[in-house]
Design a protein around this ligand. Structure first.
Ligand code: M6R
Length: 590
């Protein structure tokens, strides 16, 4: 989604600081970028369609101690210079993350008063609205405007008559860090300078007036609020490629470390008894999330069902928020979200909680919206994940979910199983011969199908998402047994079928499906930890032998291998895997 930044510091380098913040925040959107600086009661703005780096020289020439900035993921209006933020009107300059649902009616009302929008965005109307409510008190105008906006919004606002900036939060995140006497606001903690260890997280309905001297917090009625800062350990959230060409490559290398750290943190601080009693006292468990988080839920379903001996459902959060099943006080929701800010997941959980359900959140971001709704939070210890495609966070989610599912049994033994699997990951992701062979085959394909049975099918769903989002090759996942019920019609020499065969009890059935593909002229490749399958299929096609682990934990290894394949395929095709077209990290709008 879009990212916003604000800065107030006594030097004259606010634009440069905001520019650097935008570079760190660019994973939230990269359709356009812009900066406004306030200096001596005058606002200067630069904004352009395209990447943040285009602002470098302009930002270097902008002097002033107060600035705001924006990096855009377009929702209303194409990526263009005019639609880029900041949007200026009268005395104000505004950047916005979120969606203004009543923008059309506000636009009409403001036009009647002679205030006309020039962009196609839903955001510009905010600047016009604030200006229309202004009679010398910037804070009062922003508060009055915030109270009239519907939808989701994080704002940073400059006013030529106010020596500072004003930040607002309603269903879109804002964090403000203190750093060497300056104040830095951003949509996400990784965009704050590494030195900003004391961080305030705005609550929904908060307004923060940020000046050189400090921060004053209010609600939309301008009643003063008290907010405590949190100390964020340095390094935990910093965005740094660490010598890798892409974040995606670095983050895949961090898969094993993430599993270990998540298991250690769980043993150190999770209340296994409390989690266990949430599991056993529930009549019904619903796992939810979006994208990769949902995919980790697919695998987790099997963990919970085997541990508890009863059915568990997994629902896509964007559906669940509008079509929730009947829930009550005996419903347990396990919500998974890397960012903890995904609007669909947060809303779904909110709705179920209002219906009486208990909530466990599994998240990589400890100060996120989802942690404020949950009854219990289980951390994923991936550290900052910058690549838009989720990799190490998926591994951490699987680890956390496996441990939660074992809370009614021997959690320490489960943690040991996870650290044993983690030890095997480096040899899988450094297997360049197989990774190169598979990615060559993918790169030459018109479409790639990922197939498996049981937990291998669940892993195939994530492998397919990973490949399509970073390489733009059409891809889908099916249970191997479904091939003959329709998808086989698509199989020819232009398609590749990648089979994951790590469940010994159905390995033979998968062999038949491989032969169905081969005898119809399709191309195939196999990842397997079943020696008989490797021996048989190795005669006809490329086989990537994976280390043998417990079948239920096999997705950790097949996922790591196929993350690497997706990465290499994207690079071969000249895509930027860190910033796939049309996507953004942290989807904080519907
Ligand atoms: O932050 P979340 O885990 O809630 O994000 C959910 C999805 O938006 C995310 O997993 C998305 O599908 C990624 N692009 C997958 O790589």
């Amino acid at each position: 989604m879009c990212g916003i930044v604000g800065y107030a510091g006594r030097g004259k380098c606010a634009a440069k600081c905001v520019y650097e913040g935008l570079l760190r925040l660019e994973y939230r959107g990269y359709d356009s970028a812009g900066i406004s600086v306030l200096d001596g009661g005058k606002i200067t703005t630069v904004k352009r369609s395209g990447r943040v780096c285009q602002l470098e020289s302009a930002a270097g020439g902008m002097s002033g101690g107060i600035a705001i900035g924006h990096t855009r993921w377009a929702t209303h209006g194409a990526p263009s210079d005019t639609n880029a933020h900041p949007h200026n009107y009268g005395a104000f300059s505004v950047v916005h993350n979120g969606i203004i649902e009543n923008y059309a009616e506000l636009k009409e009302e403001l036009a009647e008063g002679g205030r006309l929008c020039i962009s196609e965005t839903d955001s510009e109307v905010i600047a016009l609205l604030i200006d229309s409510l202004y009679s010398g008190d910037a804070l009062a105008a922003v508060a009055a405007a915030a109270a009239r906006l519907k939808g989701s919004f994080a704002l940073a606002v400059l006013c030529r008559d106010f020596e500072g900036f004003i930040a607002v939060r309603h269903k879109s995140p804002v964090a403000i860090g203190e750093c060497d006497g300056a104040f830095f606001a951003a949509s996400d903690v990784p965009a704050l300078p590494a030195e900003a260890e004391n961080v305030y997280f705005l609550e929904d309905g908060d307004i923060a007036a940020v000046t050189y001297d400090g921060i004053a917090f209010y609600d939309f009625g301008l009643n003063a609020q008290r907010r405590e800062s949190c100390r964020i350990p340095r390094g935990q959230f910093t965005a740094d490629k660490g010598g890798y060409v892409h974040y995606m490559a670095k983050e895949i290398e961090e898969d094993a470390r993430t599993i270990r750290d998540t298991a250690e943190a769980f043993l150190r601080s999770a209340d296994a008894d409390a989690l266990g009693s949430l599991l056993t006292s529930s009549d019904e468990i619903i796992i939810t999330g979006c994208g990769t988080a949902y995919n980790s839920g697919l695998i987790a379903r099997r963990y919970f069902e085997s541990a508890l001996g009863r059915p568990v459902t997994v629902e896509i959060a964007s559906e669940l928020r509008y079509y929730p099943p009947p829930v009550g006080k005996n419903t347990l929701v396990i919500a998974i979200s890397q960012s903890g800010e995904t609007a669909d997941t947060v809303e779904a959980v909110h709705k179920l909680r209002e219906g009486g359900a208990s909530v466990i959140a599994v998240t990589n971001c400890g100060y996120s919206a989802i942690t404020r709704i949950a009854h219990a939070v289980v951390p994923v210890c991936a550290g900052a994940e910058i690549c838009v495609a989720a990799t190490k966070s998926y591994m951490g989610q699987l680890a956390a979910l496996y441990l939660i599912s074992r809370c009614t049994g021997d959690v320490r033994a489960a943690a040991k199983e996870l650290t044993d699997v983690a030890e095997k990951i480096p040899s899988v992701i450094s297997d360049d011969a197989n990774a190169d062979c598979f990615s060559d085959m993918c790169a030459e394909s018109f479409a790639v199908f990922f197939l498996g049975r049981g937990a291998d099918y669940d892993a195939a769903v994530e492998a397919s998402l990973k490949l399509k989002e970073v390489s733009y090759i059409f891809s889908d996942a099916y249970p191997s047994g479904e091939l003959k019920h329709g998808t086989l019609a698509l199989v020819d020499e232009s398609t590749l079928s990648v089979f994951i065969i790590c469940q010994p009890e159905t390995a033979n059935k998968c062999l038949s499906a491989v032969h169905e593909v081969l005898c119809r002229g399709g191309r195939a490749a196999v990842l397997t930890s079943v020696p008989e399958a490797a021996e048989e299929l190795g005669k006809y096609l490329p086989v990537w032998k994976l280390p043998k682990v417990s079948p239920r934990l096999a997705p950790f290894l097949s996922a790591a291998a196929l993350q690497r394949v997706a990465y290499l395929t994207a690079v071969r095709l000249g895509r930027n895997p860190d910033k796939p077209r049309n996507l953004a990290k942290s989807v904080t709008v519907e």
